[in-house]
Write a protein that binds this ligand. Structure first.
Ligand code: PHB
Length: 390
């Protein structure tokens, strides 16, 4: 009798611990590392907003597992902080997948952590071309700067612009944009008459804008990281009378980011940019995305390309988890993500099985005043664009 009691007790303990570990396995933890404070705070907000919109539409369970997000703030471009946060998330929080990464230096710093821990790392913005080559565990759902820049150069050359001055932020994506624009523009018969690099932190654009004015190009090609810098640049462009001097502005769509376009106001009217996402994109998928985004995040902040990358990043993770039967093993997840196709709010996308970068349509857009406010209205497109350097 005493033995029977003991056995029952033991069996109970064994069963409980089995149930306990089964329950522990039923969670997939996403470690979101992004910029949630400082001048780039909207990056984290937009990505998380897009991720939440996906959860709203598709629920928080996939392949029998509950999805949990653990978020961490890098506070801006801070590679050491990003690396430490990634290490902590992997070792202490046991996250299964690393996601987020607005700024290139933060993504680059975390790449070796993903490799060492063998965790899938889904990039929702950082757009310097080389990032995906830094770890076989990286999959990028956003864009690369050469990918979105090249169509702008081709379009400009086709539309009578012959002399361009380039202004780019002085770090990875800016240098990528400068190179991609120069190569494609010269190949199409154009001439680059000069260029400057502006600092990533606290730039004062006035002296750079004056240099552009003095060089008298037909147009200036601009890349700045999305957000507040665009507002400051447009103010200087207006104040120094570049438009009146007949100098056109062309750029990647980072500058007319949907999250700040209204704040930039009327000076942006007519501005032509190339990009993979506009909130004004007309499709069933985009309408559903914007509705869910507003429901979860309110309607103060208009979703931009980073929000879409957050949403699509979740879609890629859900599809891959379904394929692996819920396993979050890094090798299995990345294998499942390769070749994946989605109907994104931006249009059709493919995760290139060779590069783990996204293949997508790049649109040429013009800022227009619509009944709903200022929007990037798409009027031309370059389908199935890859990073031209890969
Ligand atoms: C980047 O740091 O890779 C980056 C940041 C903002 C952008 C584009 C690229 O708008």
């Amino acid at each position: 009798m005493r033995y029977a009691k003991r056995w029952t007790l033991l069996l109970g303990v064994v069963l409980l611990s089995m149930v306990g570990s089964a329950m522990a396995q039923e969670v997939v933890k996403l470690g979101l590392i992004a910029e949630f404070s400082g001048p780039f705070a909207q990056y984290g907000q937009q990505m998380l907003g897009g991720m939440k919109a996906y959860l709203k539409v598709h629920g928080d369970t996939v392949a029998g597992k509950k999805v949990e997000i653990v978020q961490r703030d890098t506070g801006g471009p801070a590679p050491e902080v990003a690396k430490r946060l990634a290490q902590e998330l992997v070792t202490r929080e046991n996250v299964d997948i690393l996601v987020g990464f607005g700024l290139t230096p933060n993504a680059l710093a975390v790449a070796p952590v993903a490799s060492e821990a063998k965790k899938a790392m889904v990039i929702m913005n950082a757009a310097t071309s080389i990032i995906t080559t830094k770890s076989p565990y990286i999959v990028r759902v956003s864009m690369t700067l050469p990918q979105v820049t090249q169509p702008m150069a081709v379009w400009a050359a086709r539309n009578g612009i012959k002399k361009v001055y380039t202004v780019v932020a002085d770090y990875g994506p800016g240098l990528d944009a400068e190179k991609a624009f120069g190569e494609a523009f010269k190949a199409a018969g154009g001439e680059i008459v000069g260029g400057v690099h502006t600092p990533l932190q606290n730039p004062d654009f006035a002296p750079f804008i004056q240099r552009v004015k003095d060089a008298k190009p037909e147009a200036v090609f601009l890349f700045l990281p999305a957000g507040e810098q665009g507002i400051a640049f447009m103010k200087g462009y207006e104040e120094r009378g570049l438009k009146q001097a007949g100098i056109r502005l062309i750029a990647t769509g980072d500058i007319t980011d949907d999250g700040v376009l209204e704040a930039m106001g009327e000076p942006t009217l007519g501005l032509i940019t190339s990009f993979h996402y506009s909130a004004a994109h007309e499709s069933v998928e985009n309408a559903a995305f914007k509705k869910a985004y507003a429901e979860v995040n309110g309607d103060k902040l208009r979703p931009n390309f980073m929000a879409v990358a957050g949403y699509d990043g979740m879609a890629v993770i859900y599809d891959a988890l379904q394929k692996t039967g819920g396993s979050s093993d890094g090798d299995k997840l990345v294998a499942a993500m390769k070749g994946l196709r989605l109907n994104s709010p931006r249009g059709p996308i493919l995760i290139d099985p060779e590069t783990r970068d996204v293949v997508q349509t790049v649109y040429i857009r013009k800022v227009e005043k619509t009944p709903g406010g200022l929007y990037n209205v798409e009027f031309d497109k370059f389908p199935e664009q890859k990073d031209p350097g890969k």
